[in-house]
Structure formats: structure tokens, C-alpha cells
Design a protein around this ligand. Sequence first.
Ligand code: ADP
Ligand code: MG
Length: 343
Amino acid sequence: MRRFMPGLRPLVLCLLALGPGARVYAQQPATASQVLRLMGCRFELTAVATTDTIAWQAIRAGVAEIQRIERLISSWDENSQTSAINRNAGVQPMRVDRELYDLIYRAKKVSQLTHGAFDISFASMDKIWHFDGTMLSLPTPEAVAEARQYINWQDIELNPTAQTVFLRRAGMKIGFGAIGKGYAANRAKALLQALPGVQGGLVNASGDLISWGTPPTDAGWVIKIADPKNKHQVLGWLQIGDMAVVTSGDYERYLEFDGVRYAHIIDPRTGYPTTGIKSVTVVCPDAELADALATSVFVLGKTAGLELVNQLKGVACLIVTDDDELFSSTDLQLNYYSSSTNN
Ligand code: ADP
Ligand code: MG
């Protein structure tokens, strides 16, 4: 379960199990919560509503929405519009749904903002780097250089009138691994929020989470941050409401060669996976932006990454380096526990 893995995956304390004596108030909201696998990862949806029935209806609607998005954006599913774009790289522009077009448009905006650190066309490196434990040695520099030349967000051509997407060069490929979960979390949240009777909720896509409205209990929406130096210790906590907290950095998916640890995020400038950072948590109201920025900070590194985040209004971040050092942006509202009492 990734949420409780060592390191900085936020640990969400929703306190969903109300004790027997807790339901004494007539207006106590009902809470439904479900954990399931969507988009290849663990999702948790929680809805707080006026009745149990509404809460469960909301969960089902949220799940269906995430499944719908997965069918649209997956680059693994050969029937998705994303796969059609990839198949037609260097061949022809593909007309896509407005929703996918807009997602790609926003992804390009993040590329612009991060000077190319974030780039959905990183996916041409898919054939070189495998983060599933099957790689026994580094690829040759020639193979890396060959695949890298196809990464360029400026070669993702968008035509707003025709609503088409065209990857200008054969060999290019796009993938939404760094933004899709955040987008899905946003959409599920928006859908639940619009349902009559739903008062609050939380969508947690393997550590990319967003919460809003009424929490299940008076404890509020509390996100615990584990201490990277000791997985059993909680370093601090964030009390959030209407906010996304997104962590990039998967402690299972990394490579290690000659003592160098490579994260599962590609630096588009070199074609090599990033080094130096173990995990990045971004806090801001929008899960999609937080997702994209967390990945970007990995690529930019701690100095340029913090510089970027400090320039963005309403965005905060926490970085854990490979040496377990912590760095935070100037306005991160993290509450620290005193060392002996945290668990
Ligand atoms: P996590 O999987 O831990 O949530 P991210 O949100 O950072 O982390 O997503 C990592 C994924 O993003 C990679 O598995 C890959 O699919 C994709 N990716 C890798 N490098 C880049 C990049 N430079 N820009 C955009 N997407 C990337
Ligand atoms: Mg991301």
C-alpha cells in the first residue's frame, strides 16, 4: 500500500470509523469510503453527504468518472485517443475530444512555465528506461541520445479550430503519467462536489490527493507526513481544506546503478532519469497543477525547483533529497511534531 510506504507519501488520517457513541447528533453527516485500483494505482474516494445512500452514489459516480478518464488518456490502452495520437506521430494530426485537447494544452503551459522540465513527450524514452526491476545495466549513451531527440513539447502541435493534436516527428510519443492522476482527482472532486447532498470529500490517487468541504469528523482533513529518516515516525502534519497535496516519488520505482539512484522521472534535457531528489510534495488548490509541478521540481532540482515554487502564488512544496535532507518553500504550512511524541 503506497500510502503507508516509507518516506513521504502523505498519510491521510480521515478518522472514518466513528465510535459507537459518536452518532448522537441527528445531523451527523454520513461518510462513505472506498479503496480500489484505478489507472494502475490505488485510489481512495471518500464522500461526506446528508445520507448514506447519497454518499455511496457519489462514490460510484466518482469511480465511473475516473474510469472514463483512464479510457481517454491511457497510452497503454491502444483504443484510447492518446494512443491514436501516438500512432500518428509524424503521419497526421488527430482530432480528439475537447477534454483531451485541453489537457494537452495545459500540459504544454506547464512545459513553458518550467522551461521544458515537464514534458509529456518524455514518453519516447519508454523503450529505453524500465522501472519495473527488469533493467540490469544502464543503456548505452547512444541509445539514450537517440530516443531523447524525440522529446520536445514544442513539437506537439495543437490546432484549436480543427481540435487536432499532431506529434510532428515520427518516433515521438506522449504520456500523462505525471499529470493524469492529478487531473482525474480534480475531475472526480468536481463531479462529487456538484452532486446535491454531498458536503465534502477526498480523492486520493496513490498520494495525489485533494479534499474539500465538510470532513468526516471534527478532526478535519489532516495529512500526516512521514519522516524520511524513520518511516515509523511522523515528521509533521498539514491541516487542509479545499486543497490538493500531491507527492511525486515512488519508493518502489527507481533504479540504482554504480551507487547512483535514479528516480522514475526523465530529465528531458539529458534523457536520463533524475537524481538527487527522493520525493517532492506540492500543496496548492489544484491537484493537476500540483501533480505536474511535483514532477517538474524533480527535474529542476532542489535549488531551481524551490525558486520556481516560491514564485508561484498559492503553491508550496517540500523536497526530500537522496540524503534525506528536507527543504521547503517559504510558505509551507507544515506543523512539526516534537521528536519523541510522534507516531
Ligand atoms: P508518481 O508516479 O510518483 O506520482 P509523478 O507524478 O512524478 O510521480 O509521475 C511520474 C511519471 O511521469 C513517470 O512514471 C512518467 O510516466 C512521467 N514522466 C517522467 N518524466 C516526465 C517529465 N519530465 N515530464 C512529464 N512526465 C514525465
Ligand atoms: Mg506528477
